[in-house]
Design a protein around this ligand. Structure first.
Ligand code: TXA
Ligand code: MG
Length: 348
């Protein structure tokens, strides 16, 4: 199929007609990529099972991995869920619109195709003017996973989406790079205490300030498959670059020495080696393709850059990537979660 691509940087009178053209693709049961503040999403009418199936086909996504339903105003939540827990309502008031997905019991009207057969649904109100205008114009809740081929790094730039999905989806809103670069925080509000299934820009500390006790799913930083998988997405390979990615652990000196030893070991071999370093540590390495994730003092910048840097290594044909480990704290949890998953929990 030919993907209808429209370019919108800012919303104004002249772009509304373009937006209407892609919104009408949604109403006709098609799939459309749109920007959000986290990553680009691949949307379809959340109430149309046939349209939902097209999302799974375009991404080659396993059909038991549920989709997030996107809305553009608070009053759209009620028809999507069986009930709104009081604490969930508080979260909506504090963090929406924003990078937080709230899992609640689903309403019967939500097709099981959207929820991967679960009786819960994740709902998110994105903080992005184009996403909001697009959802409003489409006139329906929009189910949308990240707009990458399944298993690839999530797309933070229009060109990432085109690499993965051009010709596989009906439409696309091509816009600026996404602001946050990592997907939303996912919190399950159907259990007590609530559980963070996926960390994101809304941090644990921020959630605990509002909710009190909040648990964290064990596999956020560790390679464990919980007995009862509460978020099916957790069991699949994620975010992987084409090259082999390994996270290097230890003190800053140990990390530097381990990477330099590995680089000299590979020297002269016909293999392209890369290092994912930081502004502060780039100068430590003398061989290989050294790419910085950003400054160690700016976890948000590093989070924003992670997926695009992984794709850069791919473009450069890097076959083996050594990534420096990052100190774990409230601000780096989401970044570490994505980095470890991208590496398939391979550590040295
Ligand atoms: O920032 C984001 O959340 C982006 C943008 C496009 O909004 N979307 C996104 O969707 O990252 P996706 O499909 O790539 O990731 C959704 C995650 C998956 O890990 C999925 O398993 C989990 O949320 N999820 C969705 N619905 C769920 C549910 N009912 N119960 C448990 N986990 C759920
Ligand atoms: Mg995804």
């Amino acid at each position: 199929m030919k993907t209808k691509i429209i370019n919108i940087e800012v919303l104004d009178e002249s772009t509304l007609a373009d937006l209407e053209a892609v919104a009408s693709l949604i109403r006709a049961g098609g799939t459309v990529v749109f920007p959000t503040e986290t990553v680009y999403g691949l949307g379809a009418d959340a109430l149309n099972p046939q349209a939902i199936k097209k999302i799974f086909a375009a991404k080659s996504r396993p059909d038991d991995n549920p989709l997030i339903v996107h809305i553009a105003s608070l009053d759209e939540v009620k028809p999507l869920v069986a009930n709104i827990p009081a604490k969930a309502e508080t979260l909506m008031k504090v963090f929406w619109p924003g990078p937080l997905t709230i899992i609640m019991e689903k309403a019967v009207t939500i097709p099981t195709e959207v929820t991967g057969g679960l009786n819960t649904v994740g709902v998110r109100f994105p903080d992005h003017p184009i996403a909001q205008a697009f959802i409003k114009m489409a006139g329906c809740p929009i189910a949308a996973p990240s707009a990458n081929r399944s298993g690839r790094p999530s797309p933070t730039q229009g060109k990432h989406v085109l690499e993965d999905l051009d010709g596989r989806v009906d439409g696309m809103i091509l816009s600026a790079d996404t602001e946050l670069g990592l997907e939303s925080t996912v919190i399950d509000m159907t259990v007590e205490p609530p559980v963070v299934l996926r960390p994101g820009d809304i941090t644990l500390a921020e959630l605990r300030e509002i909710l009190g006790e909040v648990a964290v799913s064990a596999n956020v930083t560790e390679n464990v498959v919980p007995e009862k998988i509460s978020s099916p997405g957790m069991k699949y390979t994620h975010y992987s670059p084409k090259g082999e990615l390994v996270v290097v652990k230890g003190s800053p000196e140990e990390i530097r020495d381990k990477i330099n030893r590995a680089l000299s070991h590979h020297k002269g071999k016909a293999m392209t080696i890369g290092v994912l370093a930081s502004d502060e540590t780039m100068g430590f390495y003398r061989e290989g393709l050294i790419i910085s994730l950003g400054s160690r003092n700016d976890p948000k910048e590093m989070a924003k850059n992670l997926f695009s840097r992984l794709r850069t290594f791919d473009e450069l044909g890097v076959e083996k990537i050594f990534a420096e480990d990052i100190p774990l704290n409230n601000e780096t949890l989401a970044l570490i979660n994505r980095l470890y998953k991208a590496a398939g929990y391979a550590f040295i």
